[in-house]
Write a protein that binds this ligand. Structure first.
Ligand code: BYC
Length: 316
């Protein structure tokens, strides 16, 4: 009697050989659930992430900066759209996903629960938040679920424009008047630690990492990505004359990397559990926008039905 591989074993070999999993392929139920969880969290983050930035569209200091910010916020909506559509290929509907967000069943990135209080925050968000997002997302272009990997290629290209938009704002403020430089430093002080928290809990405390890495959903660990982000960003701060708000930050010649201080994990878990400065406001705004947009969805559905009926008629 020959030995047989189970479906799970064959699936594991398939992803280890760097093959992509496609919507109609067999996959373990837990894999499907994990990809839905991660992709929908990602989609929700893109859409909720529009709020702190939209806050400054009407107050951007020039027409040029307003145009760029508008384009960036529209890009985030587009990212949400690709990601929701890609998530739907796993057999869950957009309505279900939105419901999970609005009822707190699904998470979105902790970073978007902090307020944007000055124009310099648009710089810090673009530079640090989009910078951290790219660090995390470049590896996702090689994630094992095909539709997610393909969506990430386009998203990463746009994120790199966003990161430069933010860095340019910081660069200009840092080279400006004493007050402008202080504003840039203040934004860096407030956004540095929350940006590091975007990478999630430390590897020792990350319940999903081991299985997600085994299935090639995640390609690098939370701590590895956080370290890469710190190593890349510290010289960028130095270049524009700003100081990273971490007294323990120090170049480690042996590791060829920066050592850095401990994050405030109590703050991280409080924000993730819904108790950050803006959690409630973000969801209230989302529900309001969703309800006010009901007529658009109804009109789109009515139009689609009409088109279908016309097609049927002309085929008959
Ligand atoms: N915030 O086992 P772990 C953007 C949750 S938006 C909130 O390590 P995993 C942009 C985690 O979900 C880009 N929750 O989880 C938009 C899990 O909870 P559940 C956002 C967090 O999934 C507008 C639990 O903690 N990027 O670019 O293996 C303007 C345990 O964690 C966070 C993405 O979403 C957090 N920071 O790894 C500007 C990338 N961290 O679900 C920019 C895609 C952890 O078990 N996501 N949690 O209840 C990922 O890569 C992964 O999901 C994570 C976490 C690295 C975030």
């Amino acid at each position: 009697m020959g030995e047989e591989y189970s479906l799970e074993d064959r699936f594991q070999q398939y992803v280890e050989a760097e093959n992509k999993v496609e919507p109609k392929d067999w996959m373990p139920e837990k894999y499907r659930q994990t990809v839905i969880r991660q992709m929908s969290q990602h989609a929700h983050s893109e859409v909720i992430g529009m709020q702190p930035e939209a806050n400054w569209i009407t107050r951007a200091p020039s027409l040029r900066s307003k145009l760029i910010l508008l384009a960036k916020v529209q890009d985030e909506a587009g990212h949400g759209l690709y990601l929701y559509s890609a998530t739907e290929t796993l057999g869950i509907t957009r309505d279900e996903l939105i419901n999970q967000l609005q009822t707190g069943k699904a998470k979105y990135s902790s970073i978007f629960n902090y307020p944007t209080v000055t124009w310099a925050d648009m710089g810090a968000v673009g530079w640090l938040v989009d910078g951290a997002a790219i660090q995390n997302q470049v590896m996702l272009c090689r994630t094992s679920y095909g539709p997610y990997a393909r969506a990430m290629v386009k998203i990463c290209k746009e994120e790199s424009f966003h990161q430069r938009q933010g860095y340019e704002i910081m660069m200009r403020l840092a080279a400006g008047t004493k007050e402008q430089k202080a504003m840039a430093q203040d934004a860096l002080n407030r956004w540095w630690w929350p940006s590091l928290m975007m990478f999630g809990p430390s590897d020792d405390n990350s319940p999903n990492s081991a299985q997600s890495m085994k299935w090639r959903i995640k390609r690098k660990s939370n701590d590895t990505l956080r370290q890469e982000f710190v190593d890349k960003t510290v010289p960028q701060a130095e270049f524009i004359g700003l100081t990273i708000p971490d007294p323990d930050l120090k170049w480690n010649e042996e590791r060829k990397s920066y050592d850095f201080g401990e994050m405030n994990w109590d703050e991280f878990y409080a924000v993730v559990k819904g108790n950050g400065p803006c959690n409630k406001q973000r969801i209230i705004n989302h529900i309001k926008a969703h309800e006010e947009g009901a007529w658009v969805r109804e009109a789109a559905n009515a139009y689609a039905k009409k088109q279908q009926a016309r097609k049927k008629q002309s085929a008959a």
